[in-house]
Design a binder for this molecule. Sequence first.
Ligand code: GLA
Length: 402
Amino acid sequence: MLAITLLVLCAVGTQALDNGLARTPPMGWLIWERFRCNTNCKLDPNNCVSEKLVKEMADRMVEDGYKDVGYEYVNLDDCWSDKERDAQGRLQADPDRFPSGIKSLADYIHSRGLKMGIYGDYGTKTCAGYPGSLGHLQTDAQTFADWGIDMLKLDGCNSNVTTMKKGYPEMTKYLNATGRPILFSCSWPDYERAAKIPINYTLVADNCNIWRNYDDINDSWGSITGIIDYYDKTQDTLVPAAGPGHFNDPDMIVVGDQGINVNQANAQMAMWSIFAAPLLMSNDLRNIQPVYRDILQNKEVIRINQDPAGKMGKRVLTFGSNVEVWHRPLHQYQEWAVVILNKDTKPQTVSFMLSQLGFTAWGYEIREVLTHTELGHYGIYLPVNFTAPPMGATMLYAYTSS
Ligand code: GLA
């Protein structure tokens, strides 16, 4: 009896995602927010969704220092495929825009020391109307593995959301069965939220490496703060779900796009690092001003994002309706990241004691990591003032030497 129970338990155990990936939040580039479903290569040959564009981004990632600081995935999104499956029922790339095929593109990306991500959809069609994986989950998992894919984003348009709790774990099983470690990015909880179906984050975290929970980002401050507000509101559910191997995904980094300024860009990097969120840039790495490149490559912020404990941070204080203090525990004893987020259009100075953040050592050394400034030693029971720039953030790294 015991043996049978153990066997059953083992069989169930292997259903969970077991790929060893995303021990820290994945970093890379994702085509969607910046390039969308631009398939018109005749009119716009340099910006259409094509192997040329993806190769150019892989080159920039290597040659402009992104790879050196940790960005590694180069990811397609919707609109890469042909409108029809091939004669064997497999997905195939659009032949005009990907004349060499996806396997060859993955080989190129691997030859540059990077990894490749692709996009599919759990329903009958993708959000943009390309073939979906419903009824083909196993074939598609195998096709992606055969091509050498390293990450799969499985969207949820055109599907029956009530079946996702069963269907996404099925895909997990098929991905596991390929034997190729493929980081699994699920849109499942976002669709459940929208359909007002209760989300079981334990199940999600067992089956997905990262998962979307909220609306699509666009390159505007309103979109960024909308996502932050949702994370604020739901933090008690989201924080326990995150950890090494499984992270919440508030969507792409839009730093370097044209809709946000420097303060806002710093704030997005800071908050996504407090969230222990994936850093998947969606921008045009061929045309990016140095100031934004520096923000994307800020090693002090990336170090916080990539902290090995993989704990997600939370909001701990608010000042009026526009200033919030967030913190994230890091892996060393008494080591913290803190963000003072200012949504106001004017600079704001706030005053608080470190003890109010739950800090318990006598004193901390503090560094501001967006401007790389040493601020000095602070006790926990004296009020300290911090000024955050308009529609921006101040990010502190606090540690104790005692
Ligand atoms: C959905 C997703 C986006 C993107 C598009 C593609 O909206 O949330 O991230 O993948 O579909 O059509």
